[in-house]
Ligand binder design. Structure first.
Ligand SMILES: [Zn+2]
Length: 375
């Protein structure tokens, strides 16, 4: 099994996002249970890893809070003050669909700190390790430099990328975001930057509905370094494999990152309440394994996997088990009770991937149609 770091802090459960509320025009409201991004998510994932025996094989590390200087490589002073003040006042709303409680600022710092610790592990700070899974919350990929959004307060993966550049002098960092929602915050932060390649696979027009189109390819110095692969609803493992083979892998092989960061939201799973995709445990195992192997080919196996979304409490632990299996190169004896027949590769998915290839072809030799697609 591949030696792998595991980053978690008990305080991650303290970030309380409250309850889901339906509002009526007359001012009436109705509570319909816990918010999607609740503390049970990380608890259940951790328990799955424990019960399956994998956690005992991992190297557990407790993170420290991110410092101001770490956050300020990505966020504005104003944003830090806003998060701090919102928490201090005990307000619930930190930004559009981003909720929290009085300790949320501290927990968000600890979440970003988990991402930083994962970079240290990947860069060899713990001997014998080049990869780590950070089971962190709140997630980060919707947060921009100046705004909290969609359950995200600080952008963990962006903080990790900037930290890797500042501390280790890296000039090419790749972020692959397979969360079913578009990583609009991450895209925004690196849109004009060629030192961080951002690749997002997501359900087309899910959330946010107005970003993540194939035509968003970066600007200025960053032109061509933003890669969007919006996929049609009901895409399963076959569609994601197709996207990997036709776009993700050829671009990564050409870019040759020095570090691979994964925004791992396991919400393209077939049971997630916030998406309509059909990726099950073997699909997540495939994506993690494939990116780990890519990292072994191009950057001495340096891979950081950061928890983003995933909201089906019964399935998120199983999907994440698949990710860890792919990362560690193993398969544990656990029968998925929700297993569904594999979806065929849909024509709509083939067309969607082709559109993305076309949009990016001007910037990447490996995407020119005269060349054989990567297999
Ligand atoms: Zn998501």
């Amino acid at each position: 099994m591949k030696p792998t770091g595991f980053i978690f802090h008990e305080d991650y459960v303290k970030h309380d996002t409250g309850t889901q509320v339906y509002s009526f025009p007359d001012g009436g409201t109705m509570n319909v249970g816990l918010e999607f991004e609740n503390h049970h998510r990380v608890r259940y994932i951790k328990e799955m890893l424990e019960k399956s025996g994998l956690l005992q094989q991992m190297h557990s590390v407790i993170p420290e809070p991110a410092r101001d200087e770490d956050l300020l490589r990505v966020h504005t002073e104003r944003h830090l003050a806003h998060i701090r003040d919102t928490a201090a006042k005990g307000l619930r709303v930190f930004g559009p669909e981003a909720y929290g409680c009085p300790v949320s600022e501290e927990v968000a710092r600890l979440s970003a700190g988990g991402a930083i610790k994962a970079v240290d592990i990947a860069m060899g700070e713990e001997s014998g390790l080049t990869q780590a899974y950070a089971l962190i919350r709140p997630p980060g990929h919707h947060a921009s430099s100046d705004q909290a959004m969609g359950f995200c307060l600080y952008n963990n993966v962006a903080v990790a990328a900037r930290y890797a550049q500042a501390k280790y002098g890296l000039s090419r960092v790749a972020i692959i975001d397979w969360d079913v929602h578009h990583g609009n915050g991450t895209q925004d932060i690196f849109y004009e930057d060629d030192s961080v390649l951002f690749i997002s696979l997501h359900e087309a027009q899910n959330f946010p509905s107005d970003t993540g189109d194939v035509t968003e390819t970066g600007a200025g110095k960053g032109e061509g370094y933003t890669v969007n692969v919006p996929l049609p609803s009901a895409t399963g493992e076959a569609g994601y494999r197709h996207a990997f083979e036709q776009v993700v892998l050829p671009v990564l092989e050409e870019y040759r990152p020095e570090l691979v960061l994964i925004s791992a939201g396991q919400d393209p799973n077939g049971m997630d309440p916030l998406s309509r995709m059909m990726v099950m445990r073997p699909g997540f195992r495939y994506m993690a394994r494939t990116l780990r192997e890519l990292a072994e080919r191009v950057c001495d196996g340096r891979v950081v996997v950061l928890q983003e979304g995933g909201y089906s409490l019964p399935y998120l632990p199983i999907a994440t088990l698949g990710v860890i299996e792919g990362l560690m190169d193993c398969e544990v004896d656990f029968q998925d009770p929700h297993s569904i027949p594999e979806r065929p590769l849909m024509e709509e998915a083939i067309q969607a991937v082709q559109k993305s290839r076309h949009a990016l072809a001007p910037y990447w030799n490996h995407l020119h149609d005269t060349q054989t697609a990567h297999k």
